[in-house]
Ligand binder design. Sequence first.
Ligand SMILES: Cc1cc2nc3c(=O)[nH]c(=O)nc-3n(C[C@H](O)[C@H](O)[C@H](O)COP(=O)(O)O)c2cc1C
Length: 188
Amino acid sequence: MDLDQVLEKRRSIRSFKSSNVSKEKIRKIIEAGVKAPTAGNIQPWRFLVTKDKTKIEKTVDTTYVGANINSKKNQDWIRKAPVIILACIDYSDMVAKYGEHGKKVAVQDVSAAVENMILKIVDLGLVSCWIAGFKETELKKVFQVPTEIEIMAFLPIGYEDKYRRSKPSKKKINEVVFNEVYGKKVEK
Ligand SMILES: Cc1cc2nc3c(=O)[nH]c(=O)nc-3n(C[C@H](O)[C@H](O)[C@H](O)COP(=O)(O)O)c2cc1C
């Protein structure tokens, strides 16, 4: 698919068919992720793939709706995802090379990788949604993730089921772009 088409088509989709996602497609998604730019070529990303129904259920049990981490409501729509990829950060090499600054850039690296994956997911005819609303300590237990590793986000991935795609309103370019000086707006 042409890049502009992928960008236009990409939306956070929260409804999946039960159809499986092939190993080959999962591999292509990961391969897109690891092509992202990374400070000092350190590649702090670590990905964990699960298709295990029980683990997916347990993953959803760690999620919450909205901004309230104490909410008893989970993001239940994720239960139907046939596969989930966790995007984790191993800070060790980054911090060894860049000190505290390494933490900041590692998050940027893994975010770049996740976005690459999201775009590849669209290219492969699949859908997904970036998920950050989960209790990390609980989720780590599900996958035996060591304390020093961060689970930054995860992606439930699948084939889109009937889903009413609304168009989330986006800020206009001239609201978010400045010319030469911060706050100086560009022409409309
Ligand atoms: C860092 C980040 C965290 C997000 N966390 C969640 C989440 O926990 N649950 C969810 O349903 N969507 C989540 N989203 C998706 C956003 O809600 C979505 O991108 C936004 O509403 C714009 O819609 P669009 O992606 O269709 O353009 C997250 C997106 C980002 C970038």
